[in-house]
Ligand binder design. Structure first.
Ligand SMILES: *Cc1c(COP(=O)(O)O)cnc(C)c1O
Length: 436
């Protein structure tokens, strides 16, 4: 991992090959503070008081899979979690390359474990083939989620063919109605799991679920989820299965529902220094440090006349003679088009915003009046090459003008999760604060 001074935009510090590391690419970058990742992980682990899983799906919420996973492990995570099997296989390769020990098939291993929960549904014959993704999952020593009988049949076929038991976490639907077995389908699934366990084709190591409204501390929804979870647990135990690990909480459950912490918490958004719901508690109130700063450099600064319209559709016009700046980031980079005339930006100590529509690769920002009250020309407050920060951490940068991811989410009518995960692949991620 490279360590770079946070304030000097430079493509030389990009750690991954991306189009922006090519000569001539725009000088935008996402600075990812690994020290903040470690701080957030330790902080949330302290609140939870139980082992934690770092959720690193979607390229670690846009922050970069490998560096975040390794930082989380060194901060004490005992699990890593991803949605898709393909991500889990990539992660295993990264961990192997970094020399991280594997659980080596042992259900109770101390080595970091990797759980993936969107396991493809296959027909059992395909699952037994040499090149099946399920056999690759078993060879990669992953923990897998199971929600349905067809999924289980494919996993059993793969396990027989591979000659190793599949380590499974039975997912139950406790009220989210997304993945997971509903109560009426559970007895048949549990019976099949029991047979597969007796045969040695599977180890049922976990019972788990996911909460739909954990960011509502008092709605009663989470209590209903937990009651359904207990019913499911009865059915599982009734079949003689006794999975050692119980887990339902993501960041919101961990923070706001102590009863949901159980044996393991799955920490996603909080690890990245963001609150699951800033209207309940902000990052700062939670003692979390936002990890990502998105910055670019102004490529043009110019003066436009009062009344001049800016960008496609002319949706914003200069209220007075105005300085404007051009930032080479657009919706193809993950700056939502919904941020048109709304997304906050800072340049030096100046707090301003996007004006006019967000384009594919560019946005225009307002830099203020070009004339003072007496009609005398005002110098431009910023110059070509100056750093424009779209979002970051006002506290850790010491710059109050720096907007937060939460402000962007609010300006775009979305959530902080979507702002960071949609950051485009061509933006290099530059890591600071990590071990050299
Ligand atoms: C994304 C996800 C998490 C992490 O959620 P956060 O709210 O980001 O902490 C945990 N568990 C599952 C199943 C998920 O899909």
């Amino acid at each position: 991992m490279t360590t770079t001074a946070p304030s000097a935009p430079s493509n030389a510090s990009a750690t991954s090959a991306s189009p922006s590391s090519l000569p001539g690419a725009a000088t935008s970058r996402a600075v990812v503070d690994l020290e903040a990742v470690a701080h957030n992980g330790r902080r949330l682990a302290q609140v939870a008081g139980v082992p934690w899983m770092a959720v690193v799906k979607a390229d670690a919420y846009g922050h970069g899979l490998g560096p975040i996973a390794l930082t989380a492990l060194s901060a004490g995570a005992s699990w890593l979690g991803v949605a898709q099997l393909a991500e889990a296989l990539t992660l295993r390769t990264l961990l192997d390359e970094a020399g991280v020990a594997r659980p080596a098939g042992k259900p109770t291993s101390e080595a970091p474990r990797v759980l993936t929960w969107l396991v493809p549904v296959m027909d059992p014959a395909g699952a037994a083939a040499d090149d099946s993704p399920l056999r690759a999952a078993l060879a990669a020593d992953l923990d897998l989620s199971v929600s349905t009988l067809p999924q289980l049949e494919a996993l059993v076929a793969a396990a027989r063919a591979q000659g190793v038991p599949a380590r499974l976490h039975l997912k139950v639907d406790t009220g989210m109605s997304r993945g997971g077995a509903v109560e009426e389908d559970l007895p048949a699934l549990v019976a099949a799991l029991r047979r597969a366990a007796d045969e040695g084709a599977v180890d049922v190591v976990g019972l788990w679920s996911h909460l739909s409204r954990a960011d509502e501390p008092t709605s009663g929804s989470t209590e209903e989820h937990l009651a359904r979870y207990r019913q499911a647990e009865q059915i599982v135990r009734g079949a003689g299965l006794n999975p050692p690990l119980h887990h339902v909480a993501a960041t919101g459950g961990l923070l706001w529902h102590p009863a949901a912490r159980m044996d393991l918490v799955r920490v996603g958004i909080g690890l990245y220094g963001l609150s699951p719901d800033p209207s309940v508690a902000t990052s700062a109130e939670l003692g979390l440090r936002p990890v990502m700063r998105l910055e670019s450099a102004l490529v043009q600064v110019k003066r436009i006349d009062a009344g001049q319209a800016v960008s496609y559709g002319g949706t914003w016009s200069a209220p007075t003679d105005r300085w404007v700046g051009l930032v080479p980031l657009g919706y193809s980079d993950g700056v939502p088009r919904a941020a048109s005339s709304a997304g906050p930006v800072s340049v030096g100590g100046l707090r301003t915003s996007v004006v006019g529509r967000v384009c594919m690769d560019q946005v225009v920002i307002d830099l203020g009046p070009a004339l003072d009250e007496s009609g005398e020309p005002l110098a431009a407050p910023a110059a070509v090459g100056d750093t424009a920060v779209l979002w970051g951490s006002p506290e850790s940068s010491g710059q109050e003008a720096v907007p937060t991811v939460d402000e962007w989410a609010q300006a775009c009518g979305t959530i902080n999760y979507e702002i960071v995960t949609r950051l485009g692949a061509r933006i290099p991620r530059c890591y600071v604060g990590g071990e050299a």
